[in-house]
Design a protein around this ligand. Structure first.
Ligand code: ADP
Ligand code: MG
Length: 322
């Protein structure tokens, strides 16, 4: 029965694998000379999605958040495995989930080569594998004083959609419709990550919020190197027009600075790479915005419209004093 389920929903041609789904292991032949980038992300019902969410959307998002980690590393997606626990064998649910999953997979040229299927509370654990030339991965530890800080796309949208869904924020329905796709159908910045090889000095994908994730770059880059910090301009942060309309509310500013789930890339690059960064973004079809600088002064400061730093503690972000 389980074999039928796997055969029907999760078995596709895998031309880039030596052996895909169906044996005890998949067999993969990495491109000679390339390094493998490997990452896993787990999504739990109730925590990362709710039972009412569209199964196609869950399929999309569960692979997208994993691809986002490859993007943040500058890796080319190659293979994935999918471990899934299901409370029951629901054919319609699985069909829709697989549709969302494989559409995302096909968009980024990643092949499902194996996994595990079991009965249990709905849980999805995906492992992705990608390739990157030696020495060219975009790591978190390469930021240096004087580098620009960049972010792709627009931030805060997914967190605002969540705040709206949870009733923590009021929005007109037509406005909510503009931010909800960021929450349910995030776009991993795979092409941008690849285009930034050899240009960005560090990178991370924004899953936990801009300040927290930039904080991770600072922590890693501080290890064994001269201490650094960052200084951002709040007014420079790229947001959708609908988000801008709510920035007078503390909850909306929170979403932009500390909301997660946008899966945009935050990265650093020396100022002499500005043209190269812009060209990389253009080739990837993504906008990028310079939002601040890496400084020799430790700590993370966000400068508000009045030229004064906003209230932020050293661990990252301490919510606005309104
Ligand atoms: P085993 O008992 O050796 O772990 P399984 O019965 O769990 O084998 O899986 C049979 C085959 O199906 C294996 O090749 C496994 O990788 C694959 N597989 C199982 N579940 C999934 C899934 N959800 N998606 C993709 N492949 C799967
Ligand atoms: Mg198994």
């Amino acid at each position: 029965m389980e074999f039928d389920l796997i055969a029907k929903h999760f078995t596709r041609a895998t031309p880039s694998a030596v052996l895909g789904v169906g044996d005890d292991c998949a067999l993969l032949a990495p491109t000679p000379g390339m390094q493998l980038a490997v990452s896993s992300d787990m999504l739990l019902e109730g925590r990362h999605f709710s039972p009412q969410d569209s199964p196609a959307g869950i399929g999309h998002k569960s692979l997208a958040v994993n691809l986002s980690d490859l993007a943040a590393m500058g890796a080319t997606p190659r293979w994935a495995t999918l471990a899934i626990a299901l409370p029951e064998e629901d054919d319609a649910w699985l069909t829709a989930f697989a549709r969302g999953f494989f559409r995302m997979a096909d968009t980024h040229g990643i092949e499902l080569v194996g996994g595990d299927t079991t009965r249990g509370a709905l849980t999805i654990c995906i492992t992705v594998m990608g390739e990157v030339p030696p020495g060219q991965a975009l790591r978190r530890d390469g930021a240096r004083s004087g580098d620009d800080v960049w972010v792709s796309g627009a931030i805060g949208s997914a967190a605002m959609a969540l705040a709206y869904r949870q009733g923590r924020m009021f929005m007109e329905q037509i406005e909510a419709a503009r931010v909800l796709p960021a929450l349910y159908l995030p776009t991993p910045r795979v092409e941008l990550g690849i285009a930034l090889r050899g240009i960005a000095s560090s990178a991370i994908d924004i899953s936990d919020g801009l300040l927290g994730d930039l904080g991770h770059i600072l922590e890693r880059s501080n290890l064994g190197a001269a201490p650094i910090g960052a200084r951002l301009e709040f007014a420079a942060l790229p947001t959708l027009p609908v988000v801008q309309r709510y920035l007078h509310e503390a909850v909306a500013r929170d979403c932009v600075l500390a909301g997660g789930d946008d899966y945009e890339l935050c990265f650093t690059a020396p100022p002499d790479k500005r043209n190269a960064v812009e060209a990389a973004a253009q080739s990837a079809g993504v906008t990028v915005t310079r939002i601040g600088l890496i400084t020799a002064e430790p700590g993370l400061a966000v400068i508000g419209a009045d030229g004064q730093p906003l209230a932020i503690d050293h661990t990252g972000y301490d919510h606005f004093a309104a």
